[in-house]
Design a protein around this ligand. Structure first.
Ligand code: GTP
Ligand code: MG
Length: 195
C-alpha cells in the first residue's frame, strides 16, 4: 500500500466524538506496551505521529488516524497494565465496550501480541470479544527482533494453542517496528481488506 497522506483525525473516548464519516476502520488492539503505537508509525512511515513510550498506558484514548483520505487506522488504548487503578481499568472497559457496540465502520481488528510471551487471559478476552461482535481478526506478533527467525513457528504454535486457533483460520504476521520487518506484509494485507 502506498501511503500518500496520514494524520491524526481525532482522539476520542465517547462515540459522540468518533469521526462522523463512513470511512472503514482497521483497529490495533493489545496489551499496554505491546507496540501498537509504534506499528502505527511504522505502517505510516512516520516517526512520531503516534506517541510511543517506555511507560505502559500511554495511549488512553481511541486515536483515529486518517490514511489517504480513505480509511482509518484506529489505535486502541492498551489493556493489562497492572498499575492502573480500578477506576482507570473500569474506564478502559467502558471506552472499549462503547467502541465495539457503537462503531459501525470497524472492518477488521489486528490483535497485537508480544512474540516472546504466551498470551494472557486478557488477550483471550479481547480475541473472544471480536468473535462475539463478528469482527474479523488477525494477529500481529510484535517485537520479532527480540527472537531469532527459527523461533517464530514455536511462538506461533503457543499463540494458536492458547487462543484455540485451528489451522489457518487466523493469520499471524511477525513484525518489528524497530527493524522495520514484516511491515509491508501488514500494510499490503490491509489494502486487501479494504478492497
Ligand atoms: P500503550 O499505548 O501503553 O498501549 O502501548 P503501545 O502498545 O502503543 O506500545 P508503544 O508503541 O508505545 O511501545 C512500547 C515500547 O515498546 C516502546 O519502548 C517501544 O520503543 C517498544 N517497541 C515497540 N515496538 C517494538 C519492536 O518492534 N521492537 C522492539 N525491540 N521494541 C519495540
Ligand atoms: Mg500506544
Amino acid at each position: 500500500m502506498i501511503i500518500k497522506s496520514s494524520k491524526l483525525k481525532i482522539s476520542a473516548v465517547n462515540p459522540s466524538s468518533y469521526p462522523d464519516d463512513d470511512l472503514p476502520c482497521i483497529a490495533f488492539a493489545g496489551r499496554s506496551n505491546v507496540g501498537k503505537s509504534s506499528l502505527v508509525n511504522s505502517v505510516l512511515k512516520r516517526k512520531t505521529l503516534a506517541r510511543v513510550s517506555q511507560m505502559p498506558g500511554k495511549t488512553r484514548t481511541i486515536n483515529f488516524y486518517l490514511i489517504n483520505d480513505n480509511f482509518y487506522i484506529v489505535d486502541l488504548p492498551g489493556y493489562g497494565y497492572a498499575k492502573l487503578s480500578k477506576e482507570e481499568k473500569d474506564s478502559w472497559g467502558k471506552t472499549m465496550e462503547l467502541y465495539f457496540s457503537e462503531s459501525k465502520n470497524l472492518k477488521h481488528l489486528f490483535l497485537l501480541l508480544d512474540i516472546r510471551h504466551e498470551p494472557k487471559e486478557t488477550d483471550r478476552q479481547m480475541y473472544e470479544y471480536c468473535k462475539y461482535y463478528n469482527i474479523p481478526v488477525d494477529i500481529i506478533a510484535t517485537k520479532s527482533d527480540k527472537i531469532s527467525r527459527g523461533q517464530y513457528q514455536k511462538s506461533f504454535s503457543v499463540i494458536k494453542k492458547f487462543l484455540n486457533i485451528k489451522g489457518d483460520e487466523v493469520k499471524i504476521f511477525p513484525i518489528s517496528s524497530l527493524k522495520k520487518t514484516g511491515i509491508e506484509e501488514v500494510s499490503d494485507y490491509m489494502e486487501e481488506i479494504l478492497k
